[in-house]
Design a protein around this ligand. Structure first.
Ligand SMILES: *Cc1c(COP(=O)(O)O)cnc(C)c1O
Ligand SMILES: [Zn+2]
Length: 400
């Protein structure tokens, strides 16, 4: 049992309404459960496999979900990088290990399942890449047509490849992500298509399970959770979910929610630094981390609350810092991620060096997408293979 609640005015909406924002005040909506009536125990959860659907009592889907067995991603203890930074307990939750290679699958298994339960026939989204790849995958699994709008020329190759191969209708807009989102929102509202951007509250329900899993894998609440921030849905979702665990009495405290953005795309960081609410959208965001190249984060209001209420913070890292950390994760920890994902760990490095993170903290960085999502950025950073004639002498000459 659940309903939708406006985070601005508190208006409520029934679970079968197709609605993305409050009709009275245009604020975001959130899913609210009657937690007292839920019959769940941590013991029961722990008996089930570590996957997103382990937590189904705290998810809105009633019937059989559209699933590809998402979640249950590894939590790696990064000993070498941690030691370099003087941190004993630095972890990475590798969301690149989801079915389509990013955490967006957690949102889509729930979002597409809800689209089907609500009787919708077509699903759509605007995307910096991973949302489109994930929607294409789950649309295929559900047998539902998917429409995706991308900013032309600004989407990493692997993501476009996925959206195309899994059969979505892929449309490139000659403008940025923020404009693509406005357009698809309008299309969905007028044409009866189901919108699956993170303004959709059901997507965030799926994504909140990152926090559940991190707690279950650690056996405790981390002191800090660090996430890259684009539309700010993921950081909001993790915060909401952990709040529910507190209400249920499953955990007793909240991690400090910490958001990392790119220097060229930093509206949330500015809002935190300057105490703004609402934040001021940034006009022409630019960064190599295309997944977080967003100037007008849809979930900013939820994210600013999450950061402020938990005593967390927000920090920006340069493209150079992001790429250097992408290489460090790959070469020192064996963790292959796309640039936006490396931003979270690069942010930790910066905050530690600035004395803003205590070295005793237990820190979980969410690394959001797989290395192979953006092969072009990878190749640009690496020396090409050494080509030699096919004889042993040549081989030895390049090795010694
Ligand atoms: C979507 C995405 C983000 C940003 O998440 P938000 O919920 O939009 O803040 C970060 N990294 C990757 C790889 C993503 O795909
Ligand atoms: Zn409202």
């Amino acid at each position: 049992m659940f309903r939708l609640v406006c985070i601005g005015c508190g208006a409520t909406y029934a679970s079968d309404e197709i609605i993305y924002r409050c009709r009275k005040c245009d604020h975001l909506l959130a899913v609210q459960y009657d937690l007292d009536s839920l019959e769940i125990s941590r013991e029961e959860w722990n008996r089930r496999p570590l996957r997103l659907w382990r937590y189904r009592e705290l998810l809105p889907v009633q019937g059989e979900p559209v699933t590809l067995q998402e979640g249950g991603t590894p939590l790696y203890h990064m000993k070498r990088l941690g030691e370099e930074l003087g941190l004993k307990e630095l972890y990475a939750k590798h969301e690149g290990m989801n079915p389509s290679g990013s955490f967006k699958d957690r949102g889509m298994t729930v979002g597409v399942s809800m689209a089907r339960e609500l009787g919708m026939k077509t699903v759509a989204c605007a995307s910096t890449g991973n949302t489109s790849a994930s929607l294409a995958v789950y649309g295929a699994k559900a047998g539902m047509p998917a429409v995706v709008l991308l900013p032309a020329g600004k989407v990493a190759l692997g993501k476009v490849a996925q959206a195309l191969m899994h059969g979505a209708k892929v449309i490139a807009i000659r403008d940025n992500f923020d404009r693509a989102l406005e357009m698809v929102h309008e299309l969905c509202v007028t044409d009866g298509i189901y919108l699956l951007n993170s303004v959709n509250p059901y997507r965030l329900e799926g994504q909140k399970t990152i926090g559940f899993e991190a707690v279950d894998q650690l056996g405790d609440v981390p002191d800090r959770m660090v996430l890259p921030v684009g539309n700010a849905g993921n950081i909001s979702a993790v915060h909401k979910g952990l709040g529910e665990l507190i209400e249920l009495g499953f955990i007793d405290r909240m991690p400090m929610m910490t958001g990392i953005q790119a220097q060229g795309s930093r509206p949330v960081v500015d809002a935190i630094e300057q105490g703004l609410d609402p934040l001021i959208p940034q006009k022409d965001p630019e960064t190599v981390a295309t997944a977080i190249r967003i100037g007008a984060p849809v979930n900013a209001e939820k994210a600013l609350r999450a950061i402020r209420e938990t005593g967390g913070t927000a920090e920006a890292v340069t493209d150079e810092e992001i790429l250097a950390m992408q290489r460090d994760l790959a070469r020192k920890e064996g963790i292959g991620v796309e640039p936006a994902s490396a931003a979270s760990v690069a942010g930790v490095k910066k905050l530690v060096e600035a004395g803003l993170i205590d070295r005793d903290e237990r820190i979980v960085c969410v690394v959001t997408g797989h290395l192979l999502k953006d092969p072009e950025t990878v190749i640009r950073q690496c020396e090409p293979p050494i080509e030699i004639d096919a004889d042993i002498a040549s081989l030895r000459s390049v090795l010694h």
